[in-house]
Ligand binder design. Structure first.
Ligand SMILES: [Zn+2]
Length: 279
């Protein structure tokens, strides 16, 4: 059943800018999840792949979905990249392969990512992370694509790379929880900030304060499903069907109406990914 909430009957056109719908957590009910999404106003979803092993599968998933072209499910888009958690399994050969895939990419591949740096708890391979991250920023520049970035304990290092290399198509810092100063620096560099389930927790004071005060044109919505459960859903699989609840949380924090926030964040997402969905 679709999730019930007070926005359910609205005709919002929401974009989940970060959802791992290709993960096997959705293998049993992916189609049903998509149909539920459409009913609650989630009309487009961007799926960032996290490793070479998932690039072909994502391509097939998107290809299958595009050929079905149904009005009862959201539009799906993808990104190809190497997540910092998986850098140990990748090398320069994989960057070359990624370059080739991006060269002959289909229209539904709209970004490079999920890429970034993660220095949480002394994550291993920090030099390998740096090398593969910079290589992916260079691919984004070469292919004129935006980046979907993952950052933990690494905003200053990521900002340094972005400042040096200047990726012209910008991108999104997903699940942003940095400082206001870092947020402003990303915005200045042409990036948007993704807010998700984190803002549904009252203890996330700093992030909620930022989500409340940053310019609306710098914000996009995301679920990061199946990860990052919302408050009230801890321990359960997260799903893109809950994106309207993130909109609801943001509406409680900000002065604009839900409709204004829905419209603006979707417009921002479409601008970043250069999507033309006719709406
Ligand atoms: Zn992710």
């Amino acid at each position: 059943m679709p999730i019930k909430n007070k926005f359910m009957k609205s005709l919002f056109d929401l974009c989940d800018t970060h959802c791992h719908l290709d993960f096997d957590a959705f293998d049993n009910d992916r189609q049903q999840v998509l149909e539920n999404c459409q009913l609650v106003g989630v009309k487009s979803i961007v799926i960032p792949a996290v490793s070479r092993g998932s690039w072909d599968d994502l391509d097939q998933l998107l290809q299958r979905h595009a050929s079905q072209s149904s009005a009862t499910t959201p539009a799906l888009y993808g990104a190809l990249g190497i997540h910092p958690w998986f850098v140990a399994d990748h090398s320069a050969i994989d960057i070359e392969h990624l370059d080739q895939l991006l060269t002959r990419r289909k229209p539904f591949i709209v970004a490079v990512g999920e890429a970034g740096l993660d220095f949480w708890h002394d994550m291993p391979c920090s030099s390998q992370q740096q090398i593969l991250f910079e290589a992916q920023v260079e691919l984004a520049i070469k292919h004129k694509l935006p980046l979907i970035l993952h950052s933990r304990k690494s905003h200053d290092q990521i900002l340094k790379v972005l400042r040096t290399k200047k990726p012209g198509a910008g991108g999104i810092i997903h699940a942003f929880s940095g400082s206001e100063q870092q947020a402003r620096q990303y915005i200045e560099l042409g990036f948007r900030l993704g807010f998700g389930g984190g803002i549904t927790y009252s203890r996330a004071k700093k992030t909620r304060q930022l989500a409340a005060s940053l310019p609306l044109d710098s914000i996009v919505l995301e679920t990061d499903a199946p990860d990052m459960p919302l408050s009230g859903f801890q321990g359960l699989r997260n799903t893109p069907e809950r994106l309207p609840l993130i909109l609801e949380a943001l509406t409680e924090l900000r002065k604009e109406t839900a409709e204004e926030i829905a419209t603006a964040t979707s417009k921002n997402a479409k601008q970043v990914f250069q999507l033309d969905t006719g709406g």
